[in-house]
Design a protein around this ligand. Structure first.
Ligand SMILES: NC(=O)c1ccc[n+]([C@@H]2O[C@H](COP(=O)([O-])OP(=O)(O)OC[C@H]3O[C@@H](n4cnc5c(N)ncnc54)[C@H](O)[C@@H]3O)[C@@H](O)[C@H]2O)c1
Length: 396
């Protein structure tokens, strides 16, 4: 049975950074959980690869309060430099800046691992894969195990030729996370990011969402509630059926793309929009990424069709208008990196309160429980503990 939430009277750590301190005030579940499991975290060196933004800063502040030592880098293109600077000012080692490309990102990952971690907290699998290489090279003697935030990273770890010789708790395996964060949090923040990036009106617009997992479902629902005419392309017949039941038009890409004005990519798979799909897409379409990697649009196929590009905005959140050889124009937002992170403030705070609580609870489980090696969900008892706490907070 879970303990009562930490009393509000216990002061929260302060980072002196408005966004992070605001986030911390609205993450009661995280504060409760980290404080309850502080004994498992004290003295642990934690290497982290997670979007460097205020909710992550709140997690770092609470883990440090519990006595853990944190070294952090972000995912390329999503680091918020002011948040990174605030963390550095309070003594956390943070590698990387917003404009970093893939090569700098790989270097940042290697530098994070130089802390000789006990625990890894990963988002996308890069840190785990680099840790496996370091282990092969005879390093990381004190590594106990890690966590992985995303579906994409979980798949990557499960598809490795040999499973990691240490436990990796995959946060996205939690039913609780899929419901609260992916469906409701991503759904809201992706649409918010799209509106921030474009300042366009949604009512009446024809939007197509590709992929109807929790992220696509939430995106489609938010778009529809704001008046967009939503269509869904989904290869899994059960999920496609669910989209029909939710009132969306469902079809294959060949049918939907010629009528698509706004295109949201939420499959997590590479090359979903390739040459044929680009040729079918309506003139004037705008493409935004939801999935973890900016690879659902085949950038090579787009480059081959592009006669000229006009770019608006700054590196990291640019709007690139491609004029194609056939005269059509297609706009790509932020190179299809996650639009809720590039053009909005990431997922809503309460959604990340839950997601990061699952992270912190998983780190404590990895540090203390005899878990089997390889990718696995958070033990059911710990998941239930958090569900009970969330219910307490939401119904208080
Ligand atoms: N933007 C964010 O903040 C955020 C947050 C969480 C997860 N994600 C990422 O979003 C992506 C989706 O997450 P999810 O939990 O919904 O994943 P999921 O795997 O549950 O859903 C993806 C869906 O896409 C479908 N699909 C695959 N290939 C397709 C194709 N060619 N055409 C049509 N449908 C296709 C699959 O059948 C599946 O139903 C992942 O990459 C995940 O890491 C992003």
């Amino acid at each position: 049975m879970s303990a009562a939430p930490a009393p509000a009277a216990v002061p929260l750590p302060r980072l002196g950074h408005a966004g992070s301190d605001w986030a911390l005030r609205h993450m009661p579940l995280l504060a409760t959980t980290v404080r309850r499991h502080a004994a498992a975290l004290v003295g642990r060196r934690v290497a982290m690869c997670l979007h460097v933004e205020p909710k992550t800063a709140a997690l770092v502040a609470l883990l440090r309060e519990a006595g853990a030592e944190i070294t952090l880098t972000g995912s390329p293109g999503t680091t918020q430099d002011d948040t990174a600077d605030a963390l550095r000012a309070t003594g956390t080692t943070v590698h990387g800046r917003r404009g970093d490309g893939p090569a700098e990102h790989r270097r940042n990952i290697d530098r994070v691992l130089e802390c000789d971690p006990h625990l890894l907290l990963d988002n996308g699998g890069d840190l785990t894969v680099a840790a496996l290489a370091a282990l092969d090279g005879g390093g990381l003697h004190e590594l106990i195990g890690g966590t992985e935030e995303t579906t994409t990273g979980g798949l990557r770890i499960r598809e490795l030729p040999a499973p990691p010789p240490f436990p990796v708790v995959v946060i996205n395996d939690s039913r609780l996370k899929l419901l609260v964060e992916n469906e409701y949090g991503v759904g809201q923040s992706v649409v918010q990011g799209f509106m921030n990036a474009t300042n366009l009106m949604l009512p009446g617009s024809r939007a197509t969402v590709v992929g109807y997992g929790p992220c696509g479902l939430g995106t489609a629902r938010t778009l529809a509630r704001l008046g967009a005419r939503v269509a869904v392309a989904e290869t899994d017949p059960y999920r496609a059926l669910e989209a029909v039941m939710h009132g969306h038009e469902v079809g294959d890409l060949a049918t939907l793309l010629p009528r698509t004005r706004l295109l949201f990519l939420a499959t997590g798979h590479p090359g979903v929009i390739g040459a044929g799909e680009l040729d079918a897409l309506a003139d004037g379409a705008i493409i935004a990424g939801v999935g973890h990697q900016p690879w659902e649009l085949d950038s090579g196929a787009l480059a081959a069709r592009t006669a000229s590009v006009v770019r608006y905005g700054s590196a990291g959140d640019e709007r690139a208008v491609h004029r194609l050889h056939d005269g059509r124009e297609l706009t790509v937002l932020a190179g299809t990196r996650m639009i809720n992170l590039t053009a909005a403030k990431g997922n809503p705070i309460q959604a990340m309160d839950l997601g990061l609580t699952l992270q912190a609870r998983s780190l404590a489980a990895v540090a203390t429980l005899p878990l089997a090696p390889g990718a696995q969900p958070l033990p059911a008892e710990a998941d239930r503990e958090i569900a009970a706490d969330l219910l307490t907070h939401l119904t208080a």
